[in-house]
Unconditional design. Structure first.
Length: 388
């Protein structure tokens, strides 16, 4: 489903009712006045931002209001611009929480609600401008209700040991309240998985979701006291910036658009394709798949002993040694260490050797967790009926 979105609306498509509400107070230059332009370039380096956050009373209502920034810029290449940039979680705006799935049928309601919330904050925006707004931040996500908390934590532990791509850094974090998150990221892209209800209980900068609503915090606290927090794993794919959105959606959808609008990206189909693309990218790597399988050491050694006569000792030793390192260190560390010692070709040959050994001996059959996640990612999302 679509989650958080940020977009840009040009000057002329919105009206500010009270400039004093912004920080600092909204005081725009006259782009036709050369002396004001020169002073703006000299004192502000050609850029000034004005921020407007929801009032505390609005937050207490339990529904989300957008965080708003107006960016005033003057560049010799593009001239003067003064764009309104709201940033909002669509499900929180509609429902007061981010548990229920937002599907395509909610599109017009989302536009109407957003227009109304902006008006509450002192901004009049044309509906057409919202439909055609240029998207600058885009988060797609999926909620997966695991069969148990044990499975949820096992999945996140396995994920923390996986390798997405050499370009991505990986961070794994445990929280004092029992939460867990795993993040693959660059400066403009993030793939994050975390325990959703535990995240509601976190404070400040520790949270993945930085702004939980009153409704989310209240239900999480109640469920925590009764020790009935659902084992809900949230997977999010975050594109930050127009270039990132264009690049990644071009790769995934084979559609190249300089600008994606709110109307374009509000799509169940695109959301599912995006999440599926990165899940498949993880599962296409054999070593990553092994992280989600239960393979006992006793079975490995038993099969090795049975096949001692058929497999050269050095191959057996190398295969078992590689498997042990992979299980202990994870796919990411295994790859990093391997590439320090020998060629990329030998690393990939080691992967093939491990998988072939497991396949021949029927040891790689426990794919229950993989199939469970596959089912959630591949199929159209359903409302999970979770407490909220």
């Amino acid at each position: 489903m679509i989650d958080t979105i940020g977009f840009s609306i040009p000057l002329g498509s919105y009206t500010v009712l009270d400039r004093a509400l912004f920080t600092p107070s909204l005081d725009l230059i006259d782009p036709q006045n050369d002396s004001e332009v020169i002073q703006f370039l000299q004192t502000k380096k050609g850029i000034q931002s004005y921020r407007l956050n929801p009032k505390h009373t609005q937050k207490e209502q339990g529904f989300a209001y957008p965080n708003i920034t107006i960016y005033e810029t003057y560049k010799h290449t593009s001239g003067y611009q003064c764009n309104l940039k709201p940033h909002i979680s669509i499900p929180k705006m509609l429902f007061g929480h981010s548990i229920e799935e937002v599907n395509d049928t909610y599109y017009q309601e989302a536009v109407n609600t957003l227009q109304s919330r902006l008006k509450d904050m002192g901004l009049l925006v044309f509906e057409k401008a919202i439909h055609e707004a240029s998207v600058t931040t885009l988060h797609y996500c999926i909620n997966i209700l695991m069969e148990s908390e044990t499975d949820a934590r096992r999945f996140l532990t396995a994920l923390s040991k996986m390798n997405l791509d050499d370009r991505y850094q990986t961070h794994d974090r445990d929280y004092t309240n029992g939460g867990r998150s795993v993040r693959f990221h660059t400066d403009t892209f993030e793939l994050i998985a975390y325990l959703k209800y535990y995240d509601f209980l976190e404070s400040g900068m520790n949270r993945i979701d930085r702004k939980p609503t009153l409704q989310e915090r209240t239900i999480a606290e109640r469920l925590s006291k009764s020790k009935t927090l659902p084992p809900l794993v949230r997977i999010e794919v975050r594109f930050n910036g127009k270039p990132s959105i264009r690049k990644h959606l071009h790769t995934i959808l084979e559609i190249d658009k300089p600008t994606w609008t709110l109307r374009d990206v509000f799509s169940e189909d695109i959301s599912r394709k995006v999440v599926k693309f990165y899940w498949d990218k993880l599962m296409d790597k054999p070593n990553n798949r092994l992280m989600l399988m239960n393979i006992s050491r006793s079975d490995i050694y038993r099969k090795a002993k049975e096949n001692f006569q058929q497999i050269p000792q050095r191959i057996l030793d190398a295969t078992i040694g590689s498997f042990e390192r992979l299980q202990a260190d994870g796919a990411l560390q295994f790859k990093e260490d391997a590439l320090k010692l020998y060629s990329r070709t030998k690393y990939y040959n080691d992967q093939k050797r491990i998988m072939e050994f497991l396949r021949i001996n029927n040891l790689a059959t426990d794919t229950r967790l993989i199939e469970f996640i596959d089912s959630a990612v591949y199929h159209k999302p359903m409302q999970l009926g979770l407490p909220i």
